[in-house]
Design a protein. Sequence first.
Length: 160
Amino acid sequence: MTQVLVLLLALSIGVIAGLRAMTAPAVVAWGAMLGWIDVGDKWSEWMAHPITVTVLTILLLGELVTDQLPQTPSRKVPPQFVARLTTGAFAGAVIGSAFFHTFSAIGAGVIGAVLGTLGGAALRSRVAAAKGGNDRPGAFGEDVLAVGGGFLVAFLVSFV
């Protein structure tokens, strides 16, 4: 049962990576630092370090700003897509490491990143279409969903 829950959480953090690539590792780092994700004496222990949390938080904030720029490429172009797969796999692995399920959690994180990337793009396009082509409401809503959902996933790890 624990492994199933871990895989669902890894899948969920992958979805978050699909929405915002840097959000997943940043919230996992926060979760590790706050003690929600037990990374003590594991390969992922460095994620709980304040420097790691600071750097990933800065990258997250930078992504939230650059996502609003009109010249930002689609999340579905290869470099953006690969970045989301990579961060989804990594964040899933960190969650999995807390329960010694690193490798299976990598796969769940990748699958979640695919779902989040494609689903997030489709949802944002629909919101923009409903708003007469205005992309901003969808972008801000996606920011809130990614950051809030990411922290929720990291917090829920503490209950497994």
